[in-house]
Ligand binder design. Structure first.
Ligand SMILES: [Zn+2]
Length: 309
């Protein structure tokens, strides 16, 4: 046993000796911080090995209520570039991201045509729904912005960033077609998505699904009784077979709707847990890479098709 132990110790020590060169390589790479897991996924695809990436929000965490830790703040302070969603998704970080980072922070929604954005609330102008990633064709704009800003920061690698942006855009367009094809299996009268908070309006617009969230755009607002009653009425009237909880939002509101439907003699099931504002952890859903944007979309779409078809 002893020689093996010594070998492991020696290997560990010699790897330790190699570390300065690894650190040196990291030091020359742009330090990039992404706020959400979805933005982190895009930066990983486009930045590849050429950036040192830190994603500050963990899997399954709600960005509306996320408060950065001291370590997160230090990471942000050290970063060369910070990519964030904007449109007030990162509710507790708005001041930091929009006022304190002096040109190092970029909202991935910056270049999205305002005419393509949905209003935060009906009839409200000037404030937009931040859940843009659920329309892959809009997410293309986020990819392009990330690619362009990385190329500006690190011009020597610009052709690589450009090529990887083009590949990411192509993959998003293919995913859009795949999602559209799968959702076509749900009959028109059942194309209704009822879920905890209003994260899926862009998804609904892109794929012709009637979306109703019970808590509004931000999880910071609670579902009112009127919303719950309206959802129950809608489910009963339309005979909707399934409604959905979200991985980053407590399930209580949706469970209440199920119970109220039951009290009115209508069985509606919880069709499963959708990924809304955060991706999952590796291996969390067998058969789906829910720790990637594409995997999260595929998982959601299969759940919807199985629940509503
Ligand atoms: Zn949200």
């Amino acid at each position: 046993m002893r020689p093996v132990f010594l070998c492991i110790l020696f290997c560990a020590l010699s790897q330790g000796c190699d570390q300065p060169s690894a650190t040196q390589a990291t030091a020359t790479k742009p330090r990039v911080v992404a706020t959400t897991t979805m933005i982190g996924d895009l930066v990983r695809q486009i930045g590849g090995e050429d950036v040192a990436l830190t994603v500050i929000m963990p899997a399954g965490v709600d960005p509306h209520s996320f408060k950065p830790s001291t370590a997160d703040m230090a990471e942000v302070a050290r970063a060369d570039l910070v990519f964030y969603n904007g449109l007030h998704l990162e509710g507790k970080m708005v001041e930091l991201l929009e006022q304190k980072l002096g040109g190092r922070a970029f909202a991935i929604t910056r270049d999205m045509p305002r005419g393509k954005l949905l209003a935060w609330a009906e009839g409200e102008s000037g404030a937009y729904d931040p859940h843009v990633w659920f329309d892959p064709t809009l997410w293309v704009d986020a990819a392009k912005l990330i690619g362009a800003e990385l190329a500006k920061k690190d011009p020597a690698k610009a052709p690589d960033y450009h090529n990887r942006t083009a590949a990411a855009v192509e993959a998003l367009m293919l995913l859009d077609g795949e999602v559209r094809g799968k959702l076509a299996m749900i009959p028109a009268e059942r194309r209704v998505l009822i879920t905890s908070h209003d994260a899926f309006s862009y998804f609904g617009r892109a794929y012709d699904i009637d979306v109703r969230g019970l808590q509004g755009i931000s999880t910071e607002t609670q579902a009112g009784l009127t919303n719950i009653t309206a959802a129950v009425d809608h489910i009963v009237a339309k005979k909707i077979p399934a409604i959905f909880v979200e991985s980053s939002v407590p399930h209580s509101t949706i469970e209440r709707v199920v119970a109220d439907c039951k009290a009115r003699g209508v069985e509606v099931t919880i069709g499963g847990e959708l990924y809304s504002d955060a991706m999952g952890s590796p291996g969390e859903r067998p058969g789906y890479a829910v720790d990637t944007y594409a995997g999260m979309m595929r998982y959601n779409v299969d759940l919807l098709v199985n629940g509503l078809r």
